[in-house]
Design a protein around this ligand. Structure first.
Ligand code: C2O
Ligand code: CU
Ligand code: CU
Length: 475
């Protein structure tokens, strides 16, 4: 494959400002954001994702040993349409096994990309075809589920946009893939994790990026309506964000239009976006050219700009009320009255268990468990589901965190919504990933309407890979 065409940064920024429409490709698969977008838009659309080593200038020097699905550029945004079949070949050009998972998309079980549970690992040189029809519009993402720590920490995470049938009427779009890289002063990868951190909150990266850039700038017409899609694809960091300098509202979370409103984030109360989670934001760009909207990471210790949207040209004078509301995705009706309650505890593992190591990588130690049963390794035979659900029935899963750490708990293949917490009021929005705070118990409601074995794990990858994983069986 040809090396991507490089254009100077200014030319690229102008292009990024054109929004999604200008980059759409005929096949329904398109790219946006990044130098690759320009290169790909000018070429034939890809029918293949080729997992391969990459190098990229994240900071000063070029970082080697990154992983992408495009030569020396970030993984592209994949564009699909609600209800329209999608198919892609994933080829593994690395010297270790891999698979691809479509986070949040309700796919048939055999398309879910979980090694040993739903498919064999894709070995070096092999190709695996994934075909499914996305049922739900919204923002999703893709990442490997084999050698997950190695490949995700080195960059293999990409965003999926599933477009609505009814166009809500935005003038433009920016997609932000938030991801940290753990690189040293020489800009090369350091040890990706430590056992000490894996047993606690996880190992943080050193450079915060959006679309593999530090605070990239995307231009949009002044006074225009922009859909900002944010996905937290880091292996560890729980982002707390504000969106400064614009009028806006949050319109969807984790793919799904909101059932209950989420407050606009403020410096006092930033919004949490944990590994795996997404936000769709409707923004109105400032009236004056040159004014910036800044997506900011905020903690009591640190304030950092992650990405900037810059107003350009004369004022389009649009208003947020002109947007058509997003239509809810077609989800089964959850019936709490008929629900069986299943309790699951998330916490420490019994001592001394050594995980089984297949082709998909193991840290060699176990710290965490679901219901005191640590995941014995991807390739372990005879693993039992943590819950056995009957197809079509409603369930309440009572998730109890007995540890002091936060765990973004993710379920494949199904959607659920939080019903209540013992610690806070939680809006009951449909999701695939919910954060369990320290000593928190959350009841979630779901309808078991997709048959198969569905991975269920913490999305802090160090927790997932040291025991905090399992699966739910629907049959
Ligand atoms: Cu985002 Cu099991 O994964
Ligand atoms: Cu997933
Ligand atoms: Cu965790």
């Amino acid at each position: 494959m040809k090396a991507p065409f490089r254009m100077d940064r200014r030319g690229f920024l102008a292009l990024a400002g054109a929004g999604a429409a200008g980059l759409a490709l005929p096949s329904g698969l398109a790219l946006s954001s990044g130098f690759a977008a320009f290169a790909r838009a000018a070429e034939a659309p890809p029918s293949e994702l080729r997992i391969q080593a990459a190098r990229y200038r994240l900071r000063d020097a070029v970082t080697e040993n990154m992983v992408s699905v495009f030569p020396d550029a970030p993984p592209p945004v994949l564009r699909m349409r609600e209800g329209v079949p999608f198919s892609i070949d994933v080829t593994n050009a690395l010297e270790e096994a891999s698979t691809m998972h479509w986070h949040g998309i309700r796919v048939p079980n055999e398309m879910d990309g979980v090694p040993y549970l739903t498919q064999w690992p894709i070995q070096q040189g092999e190709t695996w075809r994934y075909s499914y029809t996305p049922k739900d519009a919204g923002t999703y993402w893709y990442h490997p589920h084999c050698q997950t720590m190695e490949q995700m920490a080195r960059g293999l995470t990409g965003i999926i946009v599933v477009a609505e049938t009814d166009d809500p009427g935005f003038d433009g779009e920016t997609v932000l893939n938030l991801h940290d890289f753990r690189i040293g002063k020489d800009d090369q990868f350091m040890k990706l994790f430590s056992a000490r951190s894996a047993a606690r909150g996880g190992t943080l990266g050193t450079v915060m990026t959006a679309n593999w850039e530090q605070n990239p700038v995307y231009e949009h017409p002044a006074g225009s309506l922009v859909r900002l899609r944010i996905a937290a694809t880091d292996t560890t960091r729980i982002y707390t964000l504000t969106i400064d300098g614009a009028e806006g509202r949050i319109v969807a979370a984790d793919g799904h239009p909101l059932r209950e409103e989420l407050p606009w984030p403020t410096a006092e109360a930033p919004i949490t976006v944990a590994p795996g989670q997404r936000l769709d934001v409707a923004l109105r760009m400032p009236d004056t050219a040159g004014r910036d909207v800044v997506v900011t990471y905020r903690t009591p210790m640190r304030t950092q700009a992650l990405a900037t949207l810059r107003a350009t040209g004369s004022n389009l004078g649009r208003t947020l009320d002109e947007l058509r509301p997003l239509q809810p995705n077609r989800l089964a009706h959850f019936d709490e009255a008929s629900s069986e309650i299943i309790e699951l505890v998330f916490g420490w593992s019994p001592d001394g268990l050594k995980p089984n190591n297949g082709f998909c990588g193991s840290f060699g130690y176990t710290f965490w468990s679901i219901d005191r049963k640590p995941w014995p390794g991807d390739a372990a035979k005879g693993t039992e589901p943590v819950a056995d659900l009957k197809l079509g029935r409603s369930y309440v899963l009572r998730l109890r965190n007995e540890s002091p750490n936060m765990h973004p708990i993710h379920l494949h293949g199904l959607v659920f919504r939080p019903l209540r917490s013992n610690k806070r009021t939680l809006p009951s929005n449909w999701t695939d990933t919910v954060v369990l705070n320290r000593s928190e118990t959350i009841d979630i409601g779901l309808v078991a309407d997709n048959p198969g074995d569905w991975a269920f794990h913490c999305h802090v990858i160090e927790h997932q890979k040291t025991g905090l994983a399992g699966f739910v069986r629907v049959g």
